[in-house]
Design a protein around this ligand. Structure first.
Ligand code: G4P
Length: 529
C-alpha cells in the first residue's frame, strides 16, 4: 500500500445530525475528548461556549442561541483520522445542512431517547437518504427516563423505511440505568461510577454467562429483563449485513448517554470499524477514485466572517482524490484559472491551523477573494475533472430589499451580491422597471434577518424590507419573450443575476394557469446554469 493509500484509508468523514437539544454538541464534545483533542470536555466548554468557540462570528447567532454555521473538526483516534462535519440544527438552514451532507461519507443521527424522531431529524434523514449514505443512530439520554428501546427502533423502521440493528442494548434507564449489553462481544458493560467529564469511566465488562456477577451488578429484575431482551433480539429482527449498512438501508443503533459518557467510546470504536473510508465522487459520469494520485476537491460551503478581526471569506472544500500540497498550483475549473490555494486551513478542536498537506476525505478551508461558488471543482492541472454541482433549493420566501440611504448604492450592491455568492440567499430583479430594489428569495425566513443584519454590520447599509406574496419559482426554458406573456396579478417576471428569466408565482395553481394561458411556454424548477 502506498503512503497515499494508507493515509486515505484511515480517514473517516461524517456528519452529525440531530433535532436541536438531542445532544449533538455533547456527543461531539465527548468524541473530541476521546481523540485527545480537548482535555476535559465538561470543564473546557460549557454548552454555550462550545457553540460559539468555533462559530463565534455573528452577534445574531448569539442572540438567537442557535448555531447557524457548520464547522468542521478533525482529530485522531485509534489510528483513524476523523473529520466531523457539524450541521446546523435549526430548521431554517436546511440548505446549508444539505450541502454539508454532500461532503460527508456517512451520518450519525443523534436521537433523544425520551422523544424519538423529531421534525428536524425527519428532514435531515431525508437528505441522507437521498444520497444513500450510511446512517448510524445514537439514541441518547438513557440516564433519563426513556421510551422503550423496542418502540424507538420500531419508530425508526416505520418512519424511515430502513432496517435497524441494535449494536448494544440498554439496561434500564433513568436512575436505573445500569449500562449496555454489547451484542457482538456478548458482554455487559456495567457502569459503576458516574463520571461526566473525564475519559476515565469506570466500567466492568461482565460476560452474559456470568450469571452471579450480572445479578449482583444489575439486580434480579434488570437481569431477568436483559435475558428476555437478548433472547428476543437474537431470535427476531434483521441480521447484521454490512452491505446494507453501507448502502444506507440498515442503521446500526447504539444506546448511551453522551452527558454521562456511557457507551460513547464503544460507539466510536464500532462506528469507525463499520463506516466507510472516503468514497469516490462522480465527475461527468465517471467515478473519481479517492486513491487517484491527482488532487481534486469541490467547494461545498462558503462562509464569510469566520474571523471578526478580518473580514474574510473561507471556501470549504472536500478533497475527493489525491493529496493536497500547500505550495502546489491547482486548476479552478469554473474560473478557468490556475492558482495556489491561499491560507489552507483545518479546524482542530476549536483552533484553526494552517496546513501543508491534506488527503482525500479531508475538508480544508481556503481564503476566498470572491472567486469561488458553491459546487466549484478545484483539481490537478494534469487531470482536470468536473464534479457534479450541488443543486440549489428553490426559495420559498421572497422579499424586496432597498437601501435606506441613497448614497450607499455601491455597498448595497456589493454586499447583497457577495452574500448571494455564499449561497444563503438568491437574488433577482424586475427587468425594465428601473427599480433599484432587489428581490431576495430564501429557503428559510431567518435568512432575511441574517441578510439585514449583515448588510448593516458589514457593509454599513441600512435597508428596508417588504415581504412579497410569492411562493413558487420557475425558470423560463422556452424561447418565449417574457415581456409578451399573459400573467395574472400575482405572477411576476424577474431575472436572476446571471440574466436568466424566471417567474414568481403566488401559488401552485397559478403555474398551471399561466402555462395554459401561454401556449409554448416551458418552465423548469432549476436554472440552466
Ligand atoms: P444539541 O447540540 O443537539 O442541540 O444538544 P446539546 O448537546 O446542546 O444538549 C442539549 C441538552 O441536553 C443540554 O442540556 C445537554 O447537557 C443535555 N444532554 C445532552 N446529552 C445528554 C445525556 O446523555 N443525558 C442528559 N441527561 N442530558 C443530556 P442543557 O440543560 O440545555 O444545557 P447545559 O446547561 O447542560 O449545558
Amino acid at each position: 500500500m502506498s503512503d497515499l493509500q494508507r493515509e486515505i484509508s484511515r480517514r473517516r468523514t461524517f456528519a452529525i445530525i440531530s433535532h436541536p437539544d438531542a445532544g449533538k454538541t455533547t456527543l461531539t464534545e465527548k468524541l473530541l475528548l476521546y481523540g485527545g483533542a480537548i482535555q476535559l470536555a465538561g470543564s473546557v466548554k460549557g454548552k454555550a461556549a462550545a457553540r460559539h468557540a468555533v462559530s463565534d462570528w455573528m452577534e445574531l447567532e448569539k442572540q438567537r442561541g442557535i448555531s447557524i454555521t457548520s464547522s468542521v473538526l478533525q482529530f485522531e483516534y485509534n489510528g483513524c483520522c476523523i473529520n466531523i462535519l457539524d450541521t446546523p440544527g435549526h430548521q431554517d438552514f436546511s440548505e446549508d445542512t444539505y450541502r454539508t451532507l454532500m461532503a460527508a461519507d456517512s451520518a450519525v443521527m443523534v436521537i433523544d431517547a425520551a422523544k424519538g424522531i423529531e421534525p428536524q431529524t425527519r428532514k435531515l434523514f431525508k437528505v441522507c437518504a437521498m444520497r444513500h449514505i450510511p446512517i448510524f443512530t445514537f439514541i441518547n439520554k438513557l440516564d433519563r427516563e426513556a421510551r422503550s428501546p423496542y418502540d424507538l427502533m420500531e419508530e425508526l423502521e416505520k418512519e424511515f423505511g430502513i432496517g435497524t440493528y441494535p449494536m448494544n442494548w440498554p439496561i434500564g434507564c433513568g436512575v436505573d440505568f445500569k449500562g449496555v449489553y454489547d451484542r457482538r462481544k456478548g458482554e455487559v458493560l456495567s457502569y459503576t461510577q458516574f463520571h461526566a467529564g473525564s475519559r476515565a469511566i469506570h466500567a466492568d465488562e461482565i460476560s452474559l454467562d456470568d450469571t452471579d456477577a450480572l445479578r449482583a451488578a444489575l439486580g434480579d429484575r434488570l437481569y431477568d429483563t436483559l435475558r428476555d431482551d437478548v433472547e428476543l433480539l437474537d431470535g427476531a429482527g434483521y441480521d447484521f449485513d454490512l452491505d446494507l449498512v453501507r448502502s444506507g438501508d440498515l442503521s446500526p443503533v447504539y444506546f448511551g448517554s453522551a452527558l454521562m459518557n456511557f457507551g460513547v467510546e464503544q460507539f466510536l470504536t464500532s462506528f469507525l470499524e463499520l463506516t466507510t473510508p472516503p468514497l469516490g465522487r462522480m465527475s461527468e459520469g465517471e467515478l473519481v477514485d479517492p486513491a487517484d494520485e491527482h488532487f481534486s476537491a469541490f467547494v461545498f460551503k462558503i462562509q464569510a466572517n469566520m474571523n471578526k478581526a478580518h473580514r474574510d471569506r473561507i471556501a470549504f472544500m472536500r478533497i475527493c482524490s489525491g493529496k493536497f500540497e500547500r505550495d502546489a498550483e491547482y486548476y479552478h475549473v469554473q474560473g478557468g484559472k490556475t492558482l495556489r490555494l491561499a491560507q489552507p486551513q483545518q479546524m482542530m478542536a476549536e483552533e484553526r491551523q494552517i496546513i501543508d498537506e491534506a488527503y482525500a476525505g479531508d475538508i480544508i478551508g481556503v481564503f476566498d477573494p470572491g472567486i469561488y461558488s458553491i459546487g466549484d471543482t478545484i483539481c490537478s492541472k494534469d487531470k482536470p475533472v468536473r464534479f457534479e454541482g450541488i443543486p440549489t433549493f428553490a426559495p420559498e420566501h421572497f422579499a424586496a430589499f432597498e437601501r435606506k440611504d441613497t448614497m450607499k448604492r455601491k455597498q448595497f450592491e456589493t454586499g447583497i451580491r457577495q452574500i448571494a455568492q455564499e449561497g444563503a440567499i438568491q437574488i433577482f430583479h424586475e427587468p425594465n422597471t428601473g427599480l433599484e430594489e432587489v428581490i431576495v428569495g430564501v429557503v428559510g425566513q431567518l435568512q432575511f434577518d441574517v441578510l439585514e443584519y449583515r448588510l448593516q454590520s458589514e457593509y454599513s447599509t441600512a435597508v428596508r424590507r417588504r415581504g412579497l406574496p410569492y411562493e413558487n419559482i420557475r425558470w423560463i426554458v422556452s424561447d418565449t419573450d417574457p415581456s409578451t406573456l399573459q400573467l395574472t396579478r400575482d405572477t411576476k417576471w424577474v431575472q436572476d443575476f446571471k440574466g436568466n428569466d424566471l417567474l414568481l408565482f403566488g401559488g401552485e395553481w397559478n403555474i398551471a394557469y399561466t402555462l395554459k394561458q401561454n401556449p409554448g411556454l416551458e418552465l423548469a424548477e432549476f436554472s440552466r446554469n
